[in-house]
Every structure is written in C-alpha cells, then in structure tokens.
Design a protein around this ligand. Structure first.
Ligand SMILES: *[C@@H]1O[C@H](CO)[C@@H](O)[C@H](O)[C@H]1NC(C)=O
Length: 304
C-alpha cells in the first residue's frame, strides 16, 4: 500500500516537474510548485517571467546581454514612410520598468544616453547623462521585410495575407491577426512586405514583442522553447525565410539629426529673410510716397 502511494506521489511530482518550464523563453529556468520561471540578466539578477505571454523585449535584451550574444545581419531595404527607421545599434543592456516596458531614456551602463521608442530602438541622437526624454513614444506600426528562400512552385499571392496572419497567430501565442494590415509580394526579389499596425493612441505596443520573436526566428536564434521555424504555408507551398528587416514607425517622428536637412533649413531661412527685406522695402517706399503726397497736398493748400 505504502509503495503504491509513494509511486503515485512520485508520478505526480515527475508530471509537475516536466510541466514546469517556460514555453515563451527557452533560456528561462523554472522550478518550484507552483512553477516559477526566471531569466538571468545583467548583474546576475533574476527576472521573474510570465510564461503565458510573449516575454517583453526589454527583459529579453537584458537576458541576451547577460549571455553576451552577438551577430546581426547587415540590413538594406525601403522605408514604409519617410519617418520610419531601423535599429542600427543592435543590442544594449536596457533599463526596464517592472512590467517589462522600456524606460524612455537608456544609457547602456555608460554616460552616453539616448531616448528609445516602445520597441527599445533609439529615436534620438546620443547625448550625455543630462539628456531629457519626456515620455516613451509608442511604436504603432512595424514593417517586416522578409526574404524567402528559393522555391520550386509558385506563391498563391491572394491568400498570402491570411496565411501569414495565421502563422503569426499560431507561433506567437495567439497574436491578434487583425493587426496584420497588409502583405505585399515581389516574386522576383522573393520579398514579402508585412505591415503590422495597431490603432494610434494605444498606451502599449504588443506588436514590437511579436516582431522581436519573429526577427530572432528568421535569424535562426529562436527565443521560444519550440524550435520550429516560422514557416507559413500558402496553398501547399511552404515558405522559409532567410532574411528579415524591421522598420519602426512611431506615433511621433524620431529626432535624429539629418545631415541633408541643414541645406533645406538654410534655404528656408534665406527665403524668409528675403521676404522680410522685400516687405520692409515696400513699406519704406510706400510711406515715403505717402509723405511726398501729403507735402504736395500741403503746398497746394497753401497756394490756395
Ligand atoms: C552597450 O555596451 C556594450 C558593452 O558594455 C557594447 O558592446 C554595446 O555596443 C553598447 N551598445 C550600444 C547601443 O551602445
């Protein structure tokens, strides 16, 4: 009898043990009943994770810095709008809020600081410690440029959007399909342009976490425990991706210094100065003529 009880208890224990792991973060370590998972981050602190959700990018980056991961692909492509920008800095050790959102100001443990958007991507020039970042600006739109590997068949373009949204929904914890606004396809370039967009004015941005998981999947550095690649199937044709480029569009345009802007500003200043000078000249001559006219009138009156 005792043996049976011991066996049953042991089975339950093994079952609980096997279930105690983190589906959304493969580097997490989990233990205890109830199961608690955490991720080692910089300064050897343990970040507790909610493994029922995609892990906030800010925590992931801290974990990656801890593991001293490196290796970014070179990036080229086209912008969705003039104000869109890419992440040219790569990874740093971010400061996160308790809920995993990025602090607006980031310094990477140095005296050089900059402001980031809700995706943790730099959106201002770098400054010193006194730099002010008023608020965390939300990234409401990301454009994913995905290049797929060579295929033998053809891509069923009309069904592409539904297939991509479906694959995202399945792999990235029920990611909201409605946010996939548009998919364009260029068969010659093997390029898929996926626009993921949330309404402006929302306080939080979940699409940036999703984009980060996808970026890592395509770079064959998956963050999920499940190591399946992100391979949507469109009309029987499986698509595997070999490259990804992410554009970020923030609710407010970034404030990088743009070298070629200075020429434009100078031109505007010149035009304004010219207009003011012309205005003053017109005014000057008008008043002078007025005075002359008044004088002649005066003389005529005197003569009379
Ligand atoms: C952050 O600091 C690390 C070294 O501590 C460095 O390798 C990395 O390039 C820095 N990142 C940025 C974005 O400055």
């Amino acid at each position: 009898m005792k043996i049976w009880i011991a066996l049953i208890v042991a089975t339950f224990a093994v079952g609980a043990y096997a279930q105690c792991n983190c589906e959304t973060m493969k580097w997490a370590t989990c233990d205890g009943t109830p199961c608690v998972c955490h991720l080692m981050t910089e300064n050897s602190t343990k970040q507790v994770l909610d493994c029922n959700k995609l892990i906030p990018k800010c925590f992931l980056m801290k974990g990656e810095m801890y593991r001293a991961r490196k290796g970014l692909s070179t990036r080229t492509g086209g912008k969705p709008v003039e104000t869109a920008f890419v992440d040219n800095d790569g990874i740093y050790d971010p400061d996160c809020e308790n809920d995993g959102t990025f602090r607006a100001k980031q310094c990477n443990n140095t005296d050089t600081c900059w402001c980031v958007n809700s995706a943790g991507v730099r959106r201002t020039d770098k400054g010193d410690k006194n730099l002010k970042c008023e608020e965390l600006v939300i990234t409401y739109w990301v454009r994913l440029e995905l290049k797929h590997k060579e295929i033998t068949g053809k891509v069923d373009a009309p069904n592409l959007k539904a297939a991509i949204a479906d694959a995202m929904h399945k792999r990235y914890l029920n990611f909201n399909k409605d946010l996939v606004k548009g998919v364009e396809y260029d068969p010659d370039a093997r390029l898929l342009v996926v626009d993921v967009e949330q309404p402006k004015g929302q306080r939080k941005s979940d699409l940036t976490n999703m984009a980060y998981y996808m970026e890592k999947d395509v770079k064959v550095l998956p963050l999920l425990r499940s190591q399946d690649p992100f391979t949507p199937t469109v009309g029987g044709q499986k698509l595997e991706f070999e490259n990804i480029l992410v554009y970020y569009v923030d609710e407010k345009a970034p404030t990088f210094t743009m070298q070629n802007l200075s020429g434009g500003i100078i031109a505007v200043i010149v035009v304004v100065v010219l207009a003011v000078v012309a205005g003053l000249l017109v005014l000057f001559f008008a008043t002078r003529r007025q005075r002359k006219y008044n004088k002649t009138q005066q003389r005529e009156m005197d003569n009379m």
